[in-house]
Each structure stands twice: as C-alpha cells, then as structure tokens.
Design a protein around this ligand. Structure first.
Ligand code: NAP
Length: 324
C-alpha cells in the first residue's frame, strides 16, 4: 500500500503526518525532531496552536542545505485562523506563519474553520459576557484571497478544514484554485462516511484530525468514552499484535484518508508511523466502521443556563448543523 496520497494538485502528501495541537513549548521541538528522525515527512501546524516558532527551530535543525533533509522532501501544512478571514489580512497571516516556521513556502494552507471572528490581534475576541465576537465575512471571499497566495508562490496548494459538504460545494463553484484537502475530525466514533464519499467525488482528499479521539483535548470530561481503551478495539489490536492506536491509523489509511496523530512521546511517534506492515481484513474494517456513533469531540462547548451547549452554534457559518 502506498504511504502517500496524490492530491488534485499533483503533490504527494504522506498519509501519516505529525499533529502539533497541544504540543507545548519545551515539548514540540523535540517531538518534531524525533518525528523527522524516524521518517515522518508531513507536519501539521496552525497559527492558533501558538507553537509555530518552536516547530521552526526543529525544522532549522533538520531541513535545508547541509542538513539531513531537503525542503522538498517535507510536506508542511499551516492554517489561517478565524480572525484573519478579511481578505486584507490573509497574506500577512500566511507570511507570519512562514516566518515563524522559517520557510519560504507552505505545501498546504488551510482555512481552519468556515467561521470568521472579529478582525484583530486577539485570537478569541470576546465581549464582556465572555461570548465570542463573530464577523460575517464570507468564506468565499476569504478563499479568493487564499488563491492569491498560490499565485504568489507562498503556498503550493490551498484547502479547507471543518467545512461541511454544502460549504465545500460553494467553494468549488467559485474556485479558480480548487481545495485539495478538507481536514475534518474523524475516528471510529465519527467515521464521516458521507463526507468522505462527497469529498472523493470532488477529488478532495480528506485528512482525519483527532484520528485517535483526542484524549488530551482540554475539555475532555472523565465520563466521556475513551476511544483508545474501547474493549472491542483492544480485542482487534490483540489479534493483530498491534496497539489500538496502530489499528485505528491503519483503518484510516485503508479507507484512503491521510491522518495526523499528535504525540510528544518518541516511542508513540515512532509507533504511529509503523502501520504499513499489516492489513486489516474486510471484516475487521467493517467491524470498526460499525463503532461510529456520531460522537464529535472537537466542538468548543460552554455552559449556558446549566446546560453544556456548542459555543459557536449561533454563528451563521457554523458547519455542524448539516448532517454532513
Ligand atoms: P489525537 O492525535 O487523536 O490524540 C492525541 C492524544 O493521543 C495525545 O494525548 C497523545 O499523547 C495520545 N497518543 C498519540 N499516539 C498514541 C499512541 N500510539 N498510544 C497511545 N496514546 C497516543 O488528537 P489531536 O491532537 O486532537 O489531533 C491530532 C492533530 O490534528 C492535532 O494535533 C492537530 O494537528 C490536528 N487538529 C486539527 C483540527 C482542525 O480544526 N483542523 C482540530 C483538532 C486537531 P502524547 O502526546 O502524550 O503521546
């Protein structure tokens, strides 16, 4: 099985990349170095993770003239944050990520969410009552500004993240440069079968984020299910003599999806790349498909009137009201 997916731009994107959300200062540099040393060639970054500078330090150690890797051997993704959707802000935001990462171009630049927040320096602009200040800037207009980045050579390709099928279709209708990727939450509890086949019909590759169920997400509560400890999954892993994480990553890749597991633990970083030396049977693929229960882990929530609700459900471009 190939370890790459070929994007509609012709680029080859490694199916396993290193996730970097929550990889904190003092951890992320050694995680990226460990990943590059054991064979990762795909790093997933974002301005809002606040660690692109430290990732840049790791890249400076390993990539470039006289170093172990050439720049063109590496696939680096970053993402435009919600406060930078105004077309006038897009190039600056991209250049800031490039400067932090120490790169002259990105392989892929994603619109992190379809939802724009109020412009400015604050990542999470809030009113006094704590609610987020939204902007009604439309993602179609942001997309047009992202296309200019391709023309200027700052990014090789552009794509989407957290877009539903309807929102993707709207971009497709106006795009001169088509999105090559939609990066969405996906794991056995949220298999995204409908969105996956919609993306495949549009030649858009799906990258699974939180592919292992994001056990370290900041808002995880102890009563929520922990995917990696699911007894059914543990049983399958025992049969293949692999870890539950490896079985999940193999499931993703056998479905034709790229995935970007996050780890700062060198042994796990290594383990997560070693998923190409075994194959899940059709029955086991179907069995894992059957775990899906529409469980989203990555939607910021707030408590209102004693009830936990989705924080951004009122945003005009909130993506998760549609079925997929
Ligand atoms: P994840 O990759 O599903 O899970 C990360 C957690 O799993 C960490 O606690 C990690 O622990 C642990 N882990 C990793 N490998 C393991 C293994 N082999 N065995 C046991 N535990 C293991 O979660 P995620 O960080 O939410 O998602 C991955 C990446 O997707 C992010 O880092 C980010 O790059 C991207 N993402 C994108 C969006 C978006 O909106 N586009 C949203 C969320 C995430 P240690 O680190 O302690 O080893």
């Amino acid at each position: 099985m190939s370890t790459f997916v070929t994007l509609s731009s012709g680029q080859r994107m490694p199916m396993i990349g290193l996730g970097t959300w929550k990889s904190s200062a003092g951890q992320v540099k050694q995680a990226v170095v460990a990943a590059l040393e054991c064979g990762y060639r795909h790093i997933d970054c974002a301005a809002v993770y606040g660690n692109e500078q430290e990732i840049g330090e790791a890249l400076a150690l390993c990539v470039g003239p006289g170093k172990t890797l050439r720049r063109d051997e590496l696939f680096v993704t970053s993402k435009l944050w919600n406060t930078k959707h105004n077309p006038e802000d897009v190039e600056d935001a991209c250049r800031t990520s490039l400067a932090h990462l120490g790169l002259s171009y990105l392989d892929l630049y994603l619109m992190h969410w379809p939802m724009a927040f109020q412009r400015g320096k604050e990542l999470m602009p809030r009113r006094d009552d704590g609610t987020i200040c939204y902007s009604d800037m439309h993602y179609r207009d942001t997309w047009k500004a992202m296309e200019d980045l391709v023309e200027k050579g700052l990014v090789k390709a552009i794509g989407l993240s957290n877009f539903n099928a309807r929102q993707m279709d709207e971009i497709m209708r106006v795009a001169k440069h088509k999105p090559v990727v939609n990066q969405v939450e996906c794991h056995p509890y949220l298999s995204q079968a409908d969105l996956l086949s919609h993306c495949q019909s549009l030649a858009v590759c799906v990258t699974a984020y939180s592919p292992l169920g994001s056990g370290d997400r900041p808002w995880a509560s102890p009563d929520e299910p922990r995917l990696l400890e699911d007894p059914k999954l543990v049983g399958i892993a025992q049969r293949y003599q692999k870890s539950p994480a490896q079985v999940i990553l193999r499931w993703h890749t056998q479905r034709g999806m790229a995935c970007i597991p996050k780890s700062v633990t060198p042994s796990r970083i290594q383990q997560n790349l070693n998923v190409f030396d075994f194959k899940l049977s059709q029955e086991d693929m179907k069995l894992i498909d059957s775990f899906t229960c529409n469980r989203r882990f990555i939607v910021p929530t707030v408590v209102r009137d004693g009830k936990t609700v989705w924080r951004d459900a009122e945003h005009p471009h909130f993506p998760f009201h549609d079925p997929y």
